[in-house]
Design a protein around this ligand. Structure first.
Ligand code: IVH
Length: 684
């Protein structure tokens, strides 16, 4: 943002080019290599500078700009894209014998005299996509579709940070293919999948069955803003067309992709011959449990690309590769009980309590049945013998009820009529049953408190689940704000079993430290429905103060990238609820200080805390940009004249606001003077 107005077009171009390249390099370090070199703040400030420049000089924005990863408006439907080379699927083998047949077929076809070199890789359970790079620039991305025609999901793919918008290359772009169609898999990590489902459950939305469905649902969103929030990832595993470069081995091509900045699947291995390849497949099978992503098998490919060419394709699948499918992870066990748990938003979830069983290396002793309807559909009864799997390698799931093993003693489950935690009334919302007592329901309060004190929120060290339960059960605290009253309750605390002087001191010190909290964390801590860490950051970044967020209309909220009508509704109604405002007031009165983003960065700006009002048209900036300019200096911009306004900036055709400002006796300045003020304060 620094001195934008003083930049000539040439200077701006130089700066935009440099920032684009630098930011893309840091993206690569961060997302592909997981080895960031600079703190987030430095990245953010470069990104903001680039955004400012691009707004001032829209014609200089580069197609590989990192700012184009979000903020593309939704489309009504995806365009169709014809694949230049068809995207085939793979034949499956399930046993070693079948794999031996595959190897023998290849040997025969090639009339080979020595063992074939193979490359083995995980088969990532995601969605197949094609990314087209022309002279290193990402120009189009599409789904597989029917193999011949897919859907254009370029805008959505651009939101995936791991996908380079421009390939990395030596300075002069030498050594890059002129056309490269990268084939690969868009996927969601198991962890992100669990997080997303938790969020959906809290928001009474249907959960995704497995990471693959979640990734598919997220990629095929007409609004790329939604895709951006889902933190998808990408692995490359092959190529469609390629011009201007060639490789001898599949493994060499994958290594080149990595140099270009394109992530490839981990645990790739080149193997000489059948035996070595098969043992690599077995290693991949045992990697499955700890893999951060869902795997539905492993893929074996002939490594020599000349042999690949000679082998060629059948109609649906290639001759040179095969998928080795892992056996289903399942275990047989018994349903000991079906219990109901109450979540943070009051949803009552039936959970099957199981006799512990090993499912693919993990002991499972409970499985959520999600909703009563789902439970009823499967007809799970207490005492039933069941098969348990892990959906997408993650979530324990009752896969099948072995009805033929029923003895007649099994007991059907009935949903309780009142909340199992507090006895409150229950209502049915869609597929969910929900206790309506909110924070008056202990189960809900318990989880809200845990969320409130958690790492991403107030980060109170030492107040884990165990202590929070004790504090609530013993009546030491009654709501979230009471955490900040604990220093007055030393006696009560010391009376709790397991609490000592030292622990108490550490706890109180941590509470004291957590009182100064960044706006984004504070918003997240409030537990507003639909406001996870990402949305909280967006709100903080764009509105910059709690007051502004409280006041923002639904329309204003929806202008923020990542905020749709549902989130806007939820945020706006949260701040209209007097009970919530009382909690915020109480937190403030107990010494909680919410730090606005500008206060942290522009601590010494002389314009900090000043109020600007813009009226009429400015020559150099849109009103919105001018507003951001002053906000970046710690000042704020309002739209109604009042005694609180320090500067009224009058552009062309100012109108009634200027009149009103004159009546109020405010300081009115013209556009050039405004720039002088800004310049002077930038220099300060
Ligand atoms: S190679 C001609 N390698 O599995 C197809 N595919 O069931 C060559 N997949 O459509 C594909 N991980 O989307 C290959 N390491 C991997 C893979 C992989 C996942 C997907 C791919 C393909 C599907 C076939």
């Amino acid at each position: 943002m620094n001195k934008i107005k003083a930049l000539s077009k040439d200077e701006a171009k130089g700066r935009i080019d440099a920032l684009t390249q630098e930011l893309n390099r840091h993206n690569y370090l961060y997302y592909a290599l997981d080895r960031p070199e600079i703190p987030d703040e430095a990245y953010d400030s470069m990104l903001r500078e680039l955004q400012g420049l691009e707004e001032a000089f829209p014609e200089l924005k580069r197609p590989d700009s990192p700012t184009s990863r979000v903020g593309i408006p939704p489309t009504k439907a995806f365009k169709k894209v014809a694949h230049r080379a068809p995207m085939l699927s793979l034949d499956n083998v399930f046993t070693k014998a079948e794999f031996e047949e595959f190897d023998a077929r290849i040997q025969r076809f090639l009339n080979a005299r020595s063992p074939i070199e193979y490359c083995t890789e995980p088969k990532v359970d995601g969605i197949a996509v094609e990314l087209v790079y022309e002279n290193g620039l990402f120009v189009q991305g599409s789904t597989r579709g029917d193999g011949y025609t897919g859907e254009d999901v370029t805008a959505n793919l651009k939101t995936i940070q791991q996908i380079p918008l421009r390939l990395l290359a030596p300075a002069n772009s030498q050594g890059l293919p002129s056309l490269l169609e990268v084939r690969g898999e868009v996927y969601m990590t198991k962890r992100e999948f669990l997080r997303l489902n938790e969020e959906r459950e809290a928001n009474l939305k249907p959960v995704f069955a497995n990471p693959r469905n979640a990734a598919a649902g997220s990629l095929r969103q007409l609004d790329p803003k939604i895709t951006a929030r889902r933190r998808l990832r990408f692995f490359a595993h092959g190529v469609g067309m390629m011009e201007g470069e060639s490789f001898r081995l599949h493994s060499e091509m994958m290594e080149a992709f990595e140099r270009y900045g394109i992530p490839t699947a981990p645990k790739r291995k080149t193997c000489k011959g059948l035996q070595e390849a098969f043992s690599a497949l077995e290693t991949l099978e045992s990697f499955r449990v700890q893999a951060p992503f869902g795997m539905d098998g492993a893929v074996v490919k002939v490594n020599d690309l000349e042999l690949v060419r000679r082998l060629g394709d059948k109609t649906r699948s290639p001759r040179w590769a095969v998928a080795y499918k892992f056996s289903a992870i399942a275990g047989k066990t018994k349903v000991l009980d079906i219990r109901v748990f109450v979540g943070r938003t009051g949803v009552l979830t039936p959970v099957a309590i199981l006799a512990p069983v090993n499912v693919g290396g993990v002991t499972v002793s409970r499985a959520s049945l999600h909703t009563y309807d789902e439970l009823a559909k499967k007809d799970v009864r207490i005492g039933d013998a069941v098969l348990v799997t892990r959906a997408g390698d993650v979530i324990p799931e009752v896969y099948a009820v072995l009805k033929e093993e029923r003895t007649g003693k099994e007991a059907a489950f009935r949903m309780p009529e009142r909340c199992v935690a507090c006895g409150g009334n229950i209502i049915k919302e869609g597929a969910y049953y929900r206790c309506v007592r909110g924070l008056a329901c202990n189960a809900q309060l318990k989880q809200t408190l845990r969320h409130f004190c958690s790492k991403g929120a107030f980060n109170v060290l030492g107040l884990g689940k165990k202590w929070l339960e004790k504090l609530l059960d013993n009546g030491v605290i009654h709501d979230v704000a009471d955490v900040f009253l604990l220093h007055e309750k030393k006696e009560d605390l010391l009376a709790l079993e397991g609490m000592g002087q030292r622990l108490l001191q550490n706890l109180l010190a941590s509470i004291e430290r957590s009182k100064r909290i960044q706006l984004a964390r504070f918003l997240y801590a409030l537990g507003i429905r639909h406001v996870g860490e990402y949305v909280a950051k967006q709100l903080a970044e764009h509105l910059r103060s709690l007051e502004a967020i409280e006041r923002a209309s639904k329309g204003e909220l929806q202008e923020i990238p990542g905020v749709g009508p549902e989130i806007a509704e939820s945020v706006s109604s949260f701040f209209q609820e007097p009970g919530n405002m009382r909690v915020i007031e109480k937190l403030r009165s107990l010494g909680v200080v919410v730090l606005n983003p500008t206060e942290q960065r522009c601590g010494s700006s002389p314009l900090r805390g000043k109020t600007f009002l813009f009226t009429g048209e400015l020559e150099r900036f849109s009103r919105e940009e001018a507003k951001r300019l002053v906000e970046a200096l710690g000042a704020r911009a309002v739209s109604t004249p009042s005694a609180k306004v320090d500067y009224v900036i009058a552009g062309r055709n100012p109108g009634s606001k200027e009149q009103k400002s004159r009546e109020l006796g405010l300081t009115i300045v013209d556009e050039p003077t405004f720039y002088k003020i800004i310049e002077a304060n930038h220099a300060a």
